[in-house]
Design a protein around this ligand. Structure first.
Ligand SMILES: Cc1cc2nc3c(=O)[nH]c(=O)nc-3n(C[C@H](O)[C@H](O)[C@H](O)COP(=O)(O)OP(=O)(O)OC[C@H]3O[C@@H](n4cnc5c(N)ncnc54)[C@H](O)[C@@H]3O)c2cc1C
Length: 469
């Protein structure tokens, strides 16, 4: 990978202090238990006479794609820094605290004082690092990971910037339902919608910005994209089944008897009665492993704060890591795949009319609408639809943000592509989505569809000698 142009160390680490008191521990392996989000977490901690050499989670009910991944990162950090004074992982606070409690209890069981481990491990750095890649992706949810897999497999160098300590975003928290288009037999037998009928339904019930051409292309690709991700996930042991979900709408608004059933794919043991949060990991875990295997490089715990541009063309992003390092990441193509804005209370009140007092957002806490901020800074066309609030004040996903064309290029106010700038997933769904319909798998289907296109198009640009017109 030809990504690193240069690395500028402005300041070295201000200080790195190791908390472990030397000679304070009795070597051995000790068990400890802590309370996680879904139940008890049991760990086995191995100590030598000066510190922790290994931590194994032997029992845990935490959701693999959220708490499970967070615990893996945290364990590495605890062993690396020899400190329990590490920050809980964003988005998995209860799992993090449960793990730290379990480790602390194991240290107590070893006859040592866990306070020895409570000194701050690493002070923040003032490091500034420049990176570059063919394709720079902001967000490692369903759309960003899909784009990363496609671009890296096609030979592009790929850098993914992710605000959370682990990949997945809202997709990893989702029920994992994936929309599919009915075959003629399924349509006849179950009253399910074909690709053409789905596009028609979206035109009737979608946002006022609905783009029939884009939506039809999306629907026509549904089954190919479904087969792609289902086959990828099978390699990781995920068995995916098909079921028929009772629709929300009559196809003919004047005739209730035309109520549809959509074809949805998800994990084997899930029926339409049990939409379990966290099952979306069949998609995100698979894609994360494949993206890494294909050579994509991930910067986790790193939040994009600014879109860089020159003469109206996107050139890169600025992002800040949890430890204080600032990355300036230049790219031939920038893909904004940073989800919606459900975690940004100001935007939620403004666009969804939510009551801040009782509002509940079920998505990733890092989805603060960076795509909108970045888009506005470069003159992108921004459209909003009042996203659907469940029970009057709960939000799962937003429907508003950037407008893209069929190549996932971000459009400006005159509907012209902004050079080098692409978007995929929830932030770009306003022209194809019906605000209330995530439960039938439309959003994740759009993630895969838009992510694949964005990855393929930007990888093709990487091999061009001249920038695309
Ligand atoms: C509980 C729940 C259940 C759902 N169930 C379904 C379902 O079954 N089927 C369905 O189709 N849809 C479902 N949805 C909706 C669907 O999950 C989302 O719309 C979709 O997954 C969004 O994918 P995405 O890749 O665009 O965003 P995400 O998956 O949210 O990924 C965006 C990523 O960008 C990162 N990010 C954000 N800002 C920054 C920044 N400034 N810098 C760096 N990184 C940043 C975030 O941390 C996140 O990881 C559900 C949503 C929820 C919350």
């Amino acid at each position: 990978m030809k990504k690193v142009l240069s690395m500028l160390l402005v300041f070295c680490l201000l200080s790195t202090c190791v908390a472990m008191a030397e000679g304070g521990f009795t070597p051995g392996t000790y068990t400890g238990v802590g309370q996680g989000r879904n139940g008890e977490i049991t760990v086995e901690v191995t100590l030598n006479d000066s510190g922790i050499t290994d931590i194994q989670v032997v029992n845990s009910e935490e959701t693999p794609s959220i708490g499970g991944v967070a615990m893996d990162s945290l364990i590495a950090e605890i062993v690396d820094t020899q400190s329990l004074a590490v920050d809980a992982m964003t988005g998995a606070t209860e799992s993090s605290r449960g793990l730290m409690e379990a480790v602390s209890n194991a240290v107590t069981a070893a006859g040592a004082d866990p306070e020895l481990l409570m000194k701050a491990a690493v002070e923040t750095t003032k490091e500034q690092v420049e990176l570059s890649a063919d394709v720079v992706i902001v967000g490692a949810g369903g759309a960003g990971l899909t784009a990363a897999v496609e671009a890296a497999r096609a030979g592009a160098s790929v850098i993914v910037i992710e605000a959370q300590a682990f990949p997945g975003g809202s997709t990893g928290r989702a029920g994992g339902w994936l929309l599919s288009a009915a075959t003629e037999e399924e349509a006849a037998e179950h009253g399910s919608l074909t690709a053409e009928q789905l596009a028609e339904e979206f035109e009737i019930y979608g946002t006022e910005y609905h783009d029939r051409e884009l939506s039809e292309a999306f629907m026509n690709n549904l089954n190919e994209n479904r087969d792609w991700i289902v086959a990828e996930a099978k390699e990781y042991g995920y068995e995916i089944s098909r079921f028929y979900d009772p629709g929300f709408y009559p196809l003919d608004p004047a005739d209730e008897s035309t109520m549809d059933y959509t074809v949805v794919y998800n994990l084997m043991d899930v029926t339409h009665e049990t939409l379990r949060e966290g099952d979306g990991c069949w998609i995100t875990s698979t894609l994360y492993e494949e993206a890494k295997k294909a050579g994509a490089e991930f910067y986790l715990d790193t939040t994009a704060t600014e879109l860089l541009s020159e003469n109206g063309a996107a050139t890169g992003i600025v992002a800040v890591n949890k430890n204080g390092t600032t990355y300036t990441v230049y790219g031939k193509s920038i893909i904004l795949a940073c989800g919606g804005y459900g975690a940004n209370m100001d935007l939620v009140v403004k666009y969804c009319g939510a009551d801040p007092e009782n509002f509940i957002y079920h998505g990733a806490p890092s989805n603060t609408g960076f795509g909108i901020v970045a888009g506005e800074s470069i003159g992108a066309r921004i459209e909003h639809d009042p996203s659907f609030l469940y029970n009057g004040n709960e939000l799962y996903n937003t429907v508003g943000g950037l407008v893209v064309n069929g190549n996932t290029e971000v459009l400006d106010a005159n509907n012209q592509p902004i050079p080098n700038l692409y978007a995929a997933g929830e932030i770009s769904c306003v022209t194809v989505m019906d605000p209330g319909l995530f439960t039938r798998g439309h959003n994740i289907a759009w993630d895969i569809n838009s992510g694949r296109i964005a990855g393929q198009v930007t990888a093709a640009r990487a091999t061009e000698t001249e920038p695309a017109a």
